[in-house]
Write a protein that binds this ligand. Sequence first.
Ligand code: OX2
Length: 801
Amino acid sequence: MFKDRESFKHEYVDKLIKSEGVLLEEATQWNKYVALVGLLRETVISYQAIAKKHEVAAKQVYYFSMEFLMGRLLKYYLINLGIEDLVRVGLNDLGIDLYDLLEQEKDPGLGNGGLGRLAACFMDSMAFLGINGHGNGIRYKYGMFDQRIINGYQHEVADDWLSKGFPWETRKPDQAVVVKFKGNVQVEVLEGKLQFKHENYEPVIAMPYDVPIMSYQNTATINTLRLWSAEPVPLELDLESFNRGEFQSVSRSTVESISYVLYPDDSSQTGKELRLKQEYFFVAAGLGSIVRTFKEKKVPWSDFTRWVAIHINDTHPTLCIPELMRIFIDEEGLAWEEAWKITVNTISFTNHTILPEALESWPIAMFRNFLPRIFMIVEEIERRFLETLHQRFPGEEKLILKTRIFCDGQVNMANLAVIGCSSINGVAALHTNILVQQTFKEFHRIFGYKFNNKTNGVNHRRFLLAANPSLSRLITESIGPSWIEDWSQLKNLQAFQQDRSFLKQLSAVKHRNKLQLIHLIKEKQDIILDPFSLFDVQVKRIHAYKRQLLNVLKIMHLYNLLQDNPSSLNQSYTFILGGKAAPGYYYAKTVIKLIHALARKLRQDPLAEQYLTVVFLENFNVSVGEIVYPAADVSEQISTASKEASGTGNMKFMMNGAVTLGTLDGANVEILDSVGQENMFVFGLNAQEVLRYYERQNYRSWDIYQANPEVHRVVDQLINGFFNEEQSEEFRMIYDSLLLYNDEFFVLHDFAAYIDAFKKLREAHMHQEKWNQMSLINIANSGKFSSDRAIREYGEAIWKV
Ligand code: OX2
């Protein structure tokens, strides 16, 4: 690309003039940033053009997801292109600090949490492995809100990430697709065949914006993330059909609202009209463009599955099933049977949660009103499905009830997804077992062959190589650089277990990374932390099942120990928590306030101040994560067993040498398998025990409260003025969740075991060398949690690429 530093400088200054219209001396930081991105983007898309030319015909994978939590791209692409140093030095010659330009980039927050970040990691690994895999999603005008904390309360600020533009994207008007909502369907018989004519609909233009996806040093596979934005149809475009009454005009604001904002709640389904519109919008747009591309091949429809795989990320894009059927039948004239066979064989589905409140369903009347033709198709899918069920399982009413698409006035999207896909996977072994044995038990009898596990993975090049350069350097010096492209090589670090000098360096790296985090927290929140303190971190969405509350109660308990005996803690602990609460989730917001109340209480007590610090990291997002994971000593993964499908933060921490304190939930089970009991602190009920309690309904949190004085004390402190005399009612809701509502997430049950595990952890941390060994073993065994491993499995077993 750039021959040398001089040619880079030349091209860069030229780019500033040609694209930004400014000379170097006049350029703002933003101009300088845009020019650099422009250069990189052009380079990457020119690789794409060349790759296309040489491309041997290959199957294309389309990953449909409502969320892509990409994080910043500039630094990462500099690394992938292998030009970070050249660019840094070149810019420096021009009087520009690369760091300042990196700071110009907004963090594109088009996702809530794990699900969206997983999609982003998968995009990278597909490009890395040479799979032609493209993302299909929504270009939300406003992504995940920015979290501000005022007096301990969360405030949401709109994330206006596009205000100055997003220089990585290219608008593609020639590839726009028209999406049709509402209206009515005329059925006619033409030459003995039924014809369906959609009339009076409300058209919306889906405008694609493409972002090129390039992974580490692989210039032969440049993929595309295509994000759709909703625009009104210019009437003059098709005045005749408008005059014929074929479609209705819709106001600009109604149309634009479709891609206006990301729903900021990943744990409950609200059944809102706008969300249904968003789902159909990006599904219809994506499939429209896939079919258009396929038709250029001029091969028969029966070859569709050979060339195309469509993956749906959770149930949000389930409308792919009826929409693909609609295209095949109404637009391409295929018979139902053939269309169905192709559809099922092309589409695969990942489930990410068993929380009942997150499983999507739509009121039938709303669904029919917005998507009249799709509704007819879903009805027919169910009719045919029931027909086969009655034949195969005569008289099995329960089985039939549990697998219906239409039930209790709702359209059940998970059931539609299972019926219409060839593969359904869970995201960790435990989660998949629960899917098969509980959530989709009946379906498992019908379609056992469809179910499989694909344990999640994370992009180790972003979360280790790029996020933790000090550790990456140490690893490369020790085992060579091949781990960057081959995750299994990390295992070779195991050989350094007894190497004192290595372990010392490892601990020095951790110290350096802590200083970096301390710097960030000082800058952003004006709080000063002690780098010699143990950093215990829990960063993730705030949710009752993730049990940030359990962590808080633990810290309160440590405080109580200190009150009773000032010499009970012999080292200093820093508890770092962070994460966003859904704006309407009152309980989660109260937990944030509680964390702040505790932080204040500790700050105000001179004794506690020496040993215990609590910090709430404001506005946790991908960029903040990249600084936090490398600095953690302890990774808190303490969800109620069975509730966290997988977790991916657990993997990012582990890769960076943090030791896990966790329950046997989600992928923690597999982390334990990898590192062994001596290198992880496990506690609490396991999934089976939790599920048994739910089934038998024989858990009594009150009994634990009565029996355990330590539990009694911290629970009382929630409401007895411990935090603040005047506002002792503030945390009543949390108190009630534990006692009045019988502690749905077993916080009190697991409290004693958690305290015990933490005590063991504290003891272990006293032996520095032993601790560093544990840290090393975690890093050495984290390779299997690379998304490269996960995507290889998806590619081989599901997409057949
Ligand atoms: C999350 C799950 O809660 C988490 O356990 C998992 O690691 C992640 O998806 C990626 O698979 N929304 N977010 C999730 O599920 C849903 C639904």
